[in-house]
Design a protein around this ligand. Sequence first.
Ligand code: PLP
Length: 423
Amino acid sequence: MNRRHFVLGTGAVLAAGAWLLRPSDRGSPYTEYFRTLNAELKAHGPMRPVMLIDLDRLDHNIDVVNQSVRRGGKQLRLVEKSLPSPGLLAYIAKRAGTQRLMSFHQPFLNHDAQVFPQADILIGKPLPVRSAELFYQTHKGAFDPSRQLQWLLDTPERLQQYLALAQGLGTRLRVNIELDVGLHRGGVSDNVVLGQMLTLIGANPQHLEFAGFMGYDPFVGMGVPGILGSPQALFDQVMVRYNGCVDFTRQQFGRLWREGLTLNTAGSPSYRIHEQEKLSTEVSVGTALLKPTHYDLPSLSEHVPAAFIATPVLKSTGPVNIPALDGTSRVFSWWDPNQRETFFIYGGNWMAEFESPRGLQSNDLYGRSSNQEMVNGSSAVGLNIEDQVFLRPTQSEFVLLQFGDLLAVRGGKIVETWPVYNN
Ligand SMILES: Cc1ncc(COP(=O)(O)O)c(C=O)c1O
């Protein structure tokens, strides 16, 4: 919540923006959307913290992404760590018409290979070679890594390790090279190193196959301060770097170049701007489909929030009361109308921001709790015991794993439950 503070003539600072009591607020603390969800969860929910995925809103976001990808003439790759539930991924993949996944974690990768035997999987970060070895040791099923999997590699040294692994396994590994297109999170940033890697691949055709490039550029859409460059200027620099690597490879390693290479780019913040270019063949998108609060970005203005935490109020105890201060605590609720009511919710302390009813806040002085968190609000909040408090996650990876099965809702009704990945 954005709370403003006004400086009074006396020099005192008064918290403004309190959700003061209005008779019309009594008994209806929610918007219609959350009022419906509250009723549904009280009637049919598990009455513990849950992660809701709103399928109507998710459909909208999938369609927005799909239209952009089509305009750009590209393919869509779903970022599995940002949508970490096979059921959720399967739902999105079906509506979006894609089988491409980007995976970041060996246990999830093994799971994907079994649950999605038709998938085309690109690893999103260079994994230690031992992780890759573990993948092969535990892999079962029809998914064929030598056709359907690309390992992302960043240095000649790691490539050498993967070559040794391929030789040991008697197989061929497909290699996608991580490019530093401006993020400076590692990856290849000069043609000398790129040349060394391509030479090694070219010299070992039985064990290594060049599969493409990955250049990730979230800073283009993350709203870096204007002084560092407009999104367009940053994007232009990304494409100069990406083009440079492609040109170098075509000219110096023409034998390795072919139609059908994976030229991957983007992420949620930047996928839209790639409509402008024809070089890359695909964009990766995950988080934008759920739009947690950190993705309230101008580049995602067409997206709507589709994931909410819901948790019941366990206790309602009136004005804030801090241990050790006891009676003196009253000053807080006198001073700040947003501390006139105190609720203890089931769970708490998540990477999330309060969403509904409006005007709720946690209490840092009392302390945060993952078990029963204190939440304060004004008397207008109108929450009763067993009403739900709704929050929006700030990100969509780890938080989604904290609630057990995801609850999919449509039209305000629970319609499906989807297990999440095990770590
Ligand atoms: C290599 C790579 N591509 C794409 C993404 C985009 O993921 P999302 O769309 O969930 O932001 C990420 C996120 O970390 C990434 O590391």
